[in-house]
Design a protein around this ligand. Structure first.
Ligand SMILES: [Mg+2]
Length: 119
């Protein structure tokens, strides 16, 4: 049964939304067995990334980019990232700030264009 609390969770009165608020709201829709935590969202993320790629691929065939469909799939990716991060005990803001720190170090070292995780 959908409760008023469920409906309130999706009201758009807190836009723009910070990443951790998004993650907290996304968690309210995460339904999978605890014993498959990490695995479930990681596989889901891979699947959704494939859906993004598949929609972009159609640019080659149809010469048309369905931006709205791609944006929707990006949202699905975001959901799985938020849930995977939570399963790993991380907040979205933590993931984002660590990523920006990493990219900043690479930029400072002039290795943004290189290869490998440890640049
Ligand atoms: Mg999708």
């Amino acid at each position: 049964m959908i409760t008023q609390e469920d409906i309130d969770a999706f009201k758009e009165d807190d836009w723009p939304m910070d990443m951790d608020t998004y993650q907290r709201k996304a968690k309210t829709t995460a339904i999978y067995p605890k014993e498959v935590s990490v695995i479930y969202p990681a596989l889901g993320l891979a699947g959704e990334a494939g859906e993004v790629a598949n929609k972009v691929k159609k640019l080659l065939r149809d010469h048309n980019l369905d931006k709205e469909a791609i944006k929707s799939e990006l949202g699905d990716c975001l959901w799985y990232i938020a849930i995977l991060a939570d399963d790993l005990g991380a907040t979205m803001s933590n993931i984002a700030s660590k990523n920006l720190e990493k990219l900043g170090r690479r930029k400072a070292k002039g290795t943004l264009n290189g290869n490998g995780d440890e640049r």
